[in-house]
Design a protein around this ligand. Structure first.
Ligand SMILES: [Fe+2]
Ligand SMILES: [Fe+2]
Length: 317
């Protein structure tokens, strides 16, 4: 029977199948001891680190990232996180498992599709409407948009995460546009909907979520910029300033040079997409931290990525 990662507590014995998300051989501090094996293993409920201390090099050669593996060992706590000390690990018997056992599922696809269609229908600008209508009528592309995760683990790291996150950014952006009549609602909306489109090229997601070679080489803002430039190129009458504005939004949505934006957002619409993207990612991250940490303590564990623990004492029902 499958054991799920969110059920693994310190002291629990593990003997189950997981997806191998990451494999690394790391030298011991004392080099005469050789190397140990550090794995990140995953299923639909999350990820956990697993370490093999003995005979690591030989065993590592038989394991491939994104394959399914059978892991035997025990769970312990290390620096505030659970990890597995492996006793035995080997490739798992094929054919017995479904991808749904290993990748978490997000919102229902039909709900995402309905929301997407409503947004496209609400556009007034004919060029933008045609761009989206043509692009989303490509069945393979639509399927990828509705299936791709938004991240490896930080936020919306689930099947459908890209669409769920993008639609969330749209809903925030529409609110901003309501408050500022000078913001171009259609541009901000299409920018929000497409800001992370490069993630379709950035991630592979069969048994675990992994970054592709293009993802590593270029990153999704540049990949997205390229995809949009290509699509716009198919509409010869698409106005050049509108094309540049959209490309600027995609390229700058990480907002700061140190967060991966090649240049800073320099229009109200680009700044709106940046802040709404940050808001969607951060709020989801906080709820993920609260949820992962199942005990009923007033404070969650300290989270390194957001440099804080979250207080959950304010429950005013
Ligand atoms: Fe992004
Ligand atoms: Fe995003």
């Amino acid at each position: 029977m499958k054991q799920y990662i969110n059920e693994l507590q310190p002291g629990v014995k593990v003997n189950s199948v997981f997806a191998l998300a990451k494999k690394q051989l790391i030298p011991f501090r004392d080099p005469s001891k050789g190397k140990f094996l550090s794995l990140v293993i995953a299923d639909k409920t999350g990820q956990i680190e697993a370490k093999l201390w003995d005979g690591a090099e030989e065993i590592a050669a038989g394991l491939a990232e994104e394959d399914l593996i059978q892991v035997e060992g025990a769970v312990s706590e290390y620096r505030g996180s659970n990890q597995i000390t492996i006793e035995k690990v080997s490739p798992a018997a094929a054919g017995k498992w479904q991808p749904e056992d290993f990748l978490p599922a997000g919102k229902d696809k039909q709900l995402l599709l309905d929301e997407l269609r409503q947004l496209v229908a609400s556009l007034n600008n004919e060029h933008l409407k045609t761009l989206l209508a043509n692009w989303f009528s490509d069945k393979d592309f639509l399927q990828q948009y509705l299936t791709c995760p938004a991240a490896k683990k930080v936020h919306h790291a689930c099947i459908g995460g890209l669409a769920e996150h993008s639609l969330e950014v749209c809903s925030y952006a529409v609110q901003v546009a309501k408050n500022y009549s000078k913001i171009n609602r259609d541009v901000v909306l299409v920018g929000a909907l497409l800001h992370d489109i490069g993630k379709i090229m950035e991630y592979r997601y069969q048994t675990s979520i992994a970054v592709t070679d293009s993802g590593k080489l270029f990153g999704h803002p540049v990949l997205g910029w390229d995809m949009i430039a290509e699509r716009i190129g198919m509409q010869p009458d698409f106005p050049a300033p509108l094309a540049d504005h959209l490309k600027h939004i995609i390229l700058t949505h990480h907002g700061q040079l140190e967060w991966g934006a090649p240049v800073l957002p320099q229009t109200p619409e680009a700044m709106t997409v940046f802040y709404c993207d940050l808001l969607s990612g951060r709020i989801r991250q906080v709820f993920d931290i609260i949820q992962q940490d199942e005990d009923d303590e007033l404070w969650t564990r300290y989270d390194r990525l957001i440099s804080r623990a979250i207080y959950r004492g304010y429950k005013e029902d």
